[in-house]
Design a binder for this molecule. Sequence first.
Ligand code: DAH
Length: 353
Amino acid sequence: MVSKLEELYQEFSKSLAELNDQAEILNLKAAFLGKKGKVSEVLKSLKDATPEERKEIGPKANEIKDNILKNVNDKLAKIEVDQINAKLEKNKIDTSVFEDDYVNDFRHGGLHPRTLIQQEIEDVFLSMGFEVLDGPHIETEFYNFEALNIPADHPARDMQDTFWFTHPQSEEENKHLLRTHTSTIQVRGMLERKPPFRFIAPGTVFRCERTDASHEMVFNQLEGMMVGEDISIGHLIYFMKTLLKEIFKKDVTVRLRPGFFPFVEPGFELDISCLICNGKGCSVCKHTGWVELLPCGMVHPNVLKAGNIDPEKYNGFAFGLGLDRLVMMKYGIDDIRHLNSGDLRFNEQFNKY
Ligand code: DAH
């Protein structure tokens, strides 16, 4: 019977060597080791053997069973490895290809000029101890108007054409809107901290306006606020001048005019001489030679109160920089609509590789 087992093992080995298909190999295994398999059939006849014969046959049968199993598993594993290698070979990535010339035709991703300037401004203000805050695009009337000293019947509400989520004449309290300015973050910032503090807050704002070379419905501002004891207009002017010097890397002609904004008193318009036409007059500066860039002022006591700050003890300044205008001035872009155009040829000009 031992020789019978050895013969079976030879037969198995020969067959296995010829197979390369996983299913066929499993069938072969079953044909030998399965319940009705050849090895099992031989073992069934063990019951008729003498005890001596059993002693000899038992271990031999186990050895052959083990060998068959091992060979089957080895072969299956090898097939799997071969399959993986074949796949890898087929999908091979040749990294050396990036040295080839044709790669120069690929487009590189890059930062939008507004992002570049925003990051530059954030760095300047961070170095002067300011925090950088964020706020929601969808706001309530409270944050966009009321807390900023613009009550419901105030004519200043008409200064900013608002996208309302609910009808403006509806009775509903605290109606929702798309924020018309980043000044909303002044209120959120004040309510979340105790003076003294200073922060800036860049963000997108929305107005239901006609678009032209210098107006967009969706544009960007950068708000700033500093509150403490004995803050003066001198502080305001110092920070604004530092900002402009860092951004333009040269002295820019500025002028300060009185400006009306309900949330500041006194309020100013800081204009810079138009850098597109060098003050000669063009469509961006509406042929005046000046561009309104930085409305600002000393925070109105009512606004401090709305932010839970005692106006008897503290005061401060605020500003609302027109970020897109600044980008236009810095890079000499003559139409604000380029900024949201999504045209890659436009964006690519500002990134150096
Ligand atoms: N929120 C104003 C606007 O969008 C701009 C502004 C004016 C912001 C004066 C300020 C400020 O912080 O002090 O028209």
